[in-house]
Design a protein around this ligand. Structure first.
Ligand code: ADP
Ligand code: ZN
Ligand code: ZN
Length: 746
């Protein structure tokens, strides 16, 4: 060790699992604190580094230790408490600290931009609309201030006509960036706000809380200022969101900030509007569709303390909220809270850790809680709060199973369901068909020789699509193929599609109900920007119609006129090899069924099943979710599966399966050697074996799954594995990732 007056120990965005030492920049005398960024030399390049620790010694001698180039921030942009959480996460997930830390910073901060509000430059804006001022001007063009600027005036006229215009369209019209800039500077146009709404909706009367809701609020608010974790299990439509709103209000009145995490697809404009209407002030939003500048400015608004309420998806979990007083995770069971690449963290679990470190309460809400969270409540680590009734006073929807074994593949929907839907539509209600499979059919087959259309790059079948002419599409690598005119093997002209996706169901429904509008919501039908919103708006208008869609329709929506739901392939999960299959199936059924009968009248739900007598199916429809979940917990306990065991995985991807398996096996062996002794029965290692889908986009995939009865055994092994990985000389394009608490196989 060499002694120095000051050494900055820094994190850098790199896969190297270590910190890097630097000396203060030339002529710098003032103090530097952890959480400040520096420019540092790194190899031949200049990189952004974040000071993590200050030290007075280094293992590097003076001729090896380099000076930082300059200091970027005058004060830390990552607080000590955040650094503490980040380093906890890096330890827990066995992931390099540098990558962990940088993956939570907005892109522009990673690139060294100043931590301040950035003015939006026309270059970064994808779409424009008129500002209030611009609208007024566009309505009275004759006495316009733009008389001498015909191009600016035509931009205004165009926006007036089309309300929203994308940057590409403007380019096509020959409107240059300078013109846009000029109009922007006059305050006549504004970028499309993906953030706060420009005008706030009018306030609504707050409903009087029922006793269960009041009880939840009392319990949580009694814990403001200290750590406590609550599982809020409330049946669908029981008024959970109302509870969140009141708690956030109390938090705000205490002068603190609140963070609400929602699933990827739960961030509907509906929920945002509801919050803004309630609080009569804009809320901050963080989600994946923000532009870099928007993300940066949102980060800054949180950091500078100017915002009290932040709603966001997964990555918002680490938003810089120094006055944070409350965290709420809505739909805590949702799998989008788990990041599946890079740092494979669970935003829900990290949020609980954050609440612990910050000594604040956290609420995990769901109508279908995950077994992990439920078990934490059963074991007394979390407090269970329950909303057992719908806020509207209506009973929960009635569930019926409908046998679909005898159905022809063409129709795919039981007659009883079609008849029931007709009844609901006649009564001026809306009906939803749920099928979590997009496309026309999952299989194209030759009945003569048995040939099946498969993706040349993945181990899966191609999905038949008929939206824009017939074509075949791989849902895993997005490869497209033409529809073969005849069988490539036996040249038979007669090819058949098997099974049904949303496009086929749309056709069946159109044939059956020619006069009823059908709103299809899936990834293919909502590609155009804004089309999802249009469709949801149309559905919320309350006209009788059929809503047909995938997962995108399952959560968070409130369609007042919807009185019937049909779930078409509920039992796919029964055939799944994943031990979480039944849990997922029950969650989906609970969520989808929960869309029905939220206002006006009791809902009716049909579940179409190939195995109507299967005990799981019977169990799900006859008993409340929570009973079924407790039953599944017993099974998991008997089989020593999570949450009664801890699990982790090593996932790998490479161009050669054999080499991949070989490397993974060597890493495993080496880790076991590093550990020295591996107490028998403390750790079970399954694999390495090819993943359930062994090849995707021409890359082979393999996995090693680990189960341990105690976290300690698992984490000592993982620490050894991390060390083996850090020392290994891997081919450049071999990907290996440790996943702690995986929720999926690869
Ligand atoms: P959840 O989040 O549990 O699905 P919401 O909070 O969205 O439920 O409530 C469902 C509907 O019931 C909403 O329209 C909401 O305004 C209404 N609501 C909530 N609480 C009450 C209450 N105490 N009295 C009357 N209506 C309520
Ligand atoms: Zn493919
Ligand atoms: Zn054939």
């Amino acid at each position: 060790m060499y002694q120095y007056p000051a050494v900055y120990r820094c994190a850098i965005q790199s896969p190297l699992n270590r910190l890097f030492d630097y000396l203060p920049p030339q002529g710098h005398a003032g103090p530097v604190h952890p959480g400040q960024r520096l420019w540092v030399p790194f190899g031949q390049r200049k990189m952004v580094a974040v000071v993590v620790e200050l030290a007075q010694q280094s293992e590097f001698p003076p001729d090896k230790l380099r000076q930082a180039v300059s200091i970027i921030d005058q004060q830390p942009i990552i607080s000590n408490s955040q650094l503490q959480l980040l380093s906890w996460a890096a330890d827990y997930y066995h992931h390099p600290l540098g990558d962990t830390l940088f993956s939570f910073l907005p892109g522009l901060l990673r690139k060294g931009r100043a931590a301040q509000h950035l003015e939006v430059s026309p270059r970064q804006v994808g779409a424009w609309q008129l500002s209030t001022h611009g609208k007024a001007l566009a309505k009275a063009p004759q006495n316009s201030a733009l008389k001498r600027a015909p191009k600016q005036a035509s931009l205004l006229a165009h926006l007036h006509q089309h309300s929203v215009v994308t940057a590409d369209e403007l380019k096509a019209l020959g409107i240059s960036r300078n013109i846009i800039r000029a109009v922007l500077e006059k305050g006549l146009i504004e970028p499309i706000a993906t953030g706060p709404l420009p005008t706030l909706p009018t306030p609504t009367k707050r409903p009087e809380l029922n006793s269960e809701q009041q009880n939840c609020i009392n319990e949580v608010s009694a814990h403001f200022g200290r750590y406590a974790c609550f599982l809020l299990h409330g049946v669908t439509g029981s008024g959970k969101t109302e509870v969140y709103l009141r708690l956030i209000d109390e938090c705000r009145q205490r002068g603190q900030q609140a963070l609400l995490l929602v699933p990827e697809i739960g961030l509907t404009p509906q929920i945002v509007q509801r919050f803004e209407r309630y609080f009569q002030s804009p809320v901050l939003l963080i989600h994946s569709a923000l532009t870099e500048i928007e993300r940066h400015n949102t980060w800054y608004a949180a950091f500078s303390g100017s915002a009290d309420i932040l709603i966001g998806t997964r990555s918002a979990m680490l938003a810089p909220l120094e006055r944070l007083g409350l965290i709420i995770v809505d739909e805590e069971h949702d799998s989008s809270f788990k990041q599946q690449e890079g740092l494979r963290y669970s935003a829900r679990d990290l949020a609980v850790k954050r609440a612990q470190l910050a000594q604040i309460p956290i609420v995990l809400g769901s109508a279908s809680p995950s077994l992990e969270t439920l078990q934490n409540a059963e074991a007394g680590r979390y407090t269970l709060l329950e909303l057992t009734r719908r806020a509207s006073g209506l009973p929960l929807p009635k569930l019926t199973v409908s046998d679909c074994r005898e159905l022809s593949a063409e129709r795919g929907i039981a007659l009883a369901i079609l008849k029931a839907a007709e009844r609901h539509l006649e009564q001026q209600q809306q009906v939803m068909f749920f099928l979590n499979r997009r496309g026309y059919a999952p299989t194209l087959i030759c009945p003569q020789c048995g040939w099946i259309a498969r993706c040349p790059a993945c181990d899966v079948r191609l999905t038949a699509h008929r939206d824009f002419g017939q074509r075949l599409l791989c849902h895993h690598c997005d490869r497209r193929a033409d529809w073969p005119g005849s069988c490539p093997t036996c040249h038979s002209q007669e090819l058949h599609t098997l099974g049904a996706g949303t496009q086929r169901v749309e056709q069946v429904l159109t044939d059956y109900y020619p006069a009823v509008p059908i709103i299809r919501v899936d990834r293919d039908s909502t590609q155009r920007k804004g089309s999802l919103l249009d469709k949801l708006e149309q559905a919320r208008s309350g006209q009788p119609c059929i809503l047909l869609g995938t997962q995108m329709l399952a959560k968070g929506h409130h369609f007042p006129a919807l009185s019937m739901v049909a779930i078409l392939d509920a039992d796919a999960a029964l055939y799944s090899a994943d031990f979480r299959g039944p849990e997922r199936m029950a969650q989906t059924i609970t969520q989808v069924a929960g869309r029905a009968g939220r206002a006006g009248r009791q809902g009716e739900v049909f579940i179409q099943s190939q195995l109507p007598e299967h005990p799981l199916v019977q169990h799900i429809i006859t008993r409340p979710y929570i009973d079924f979940a407790r039953h599944l917990l017993e099974e998991r306990q008997q089989l020593a599966l999570p949450p009664f065991a801890r699990s982790a995985a090593l996932f790998g991807e490479y161009k050669s399966l054999n080499e991949l398996l070989q490397t993974m096996s060597e890493l495993d062996q080496q880790s076991v050697r590093t550990l020295g002794t591996l107490a028998p029965n403390t750790l079970t290692r399954v694999g390495p074996v090819p993943a359930p889908m062994p090849r995707r986009a021409n890359r082979f995939r393999a996995q090693l799954i680990l189960y341990a009865s105690h976290a300690k055994a698992l984490h000592s092994y993982l620490a050894a594995l991390r060390q083996s990985l850090d020392q290994a000389r891997l081919p450049r394009d071999m990907r290996l990732a440790i996943d702690v608490d995986p929720i999926d196989t690869n």
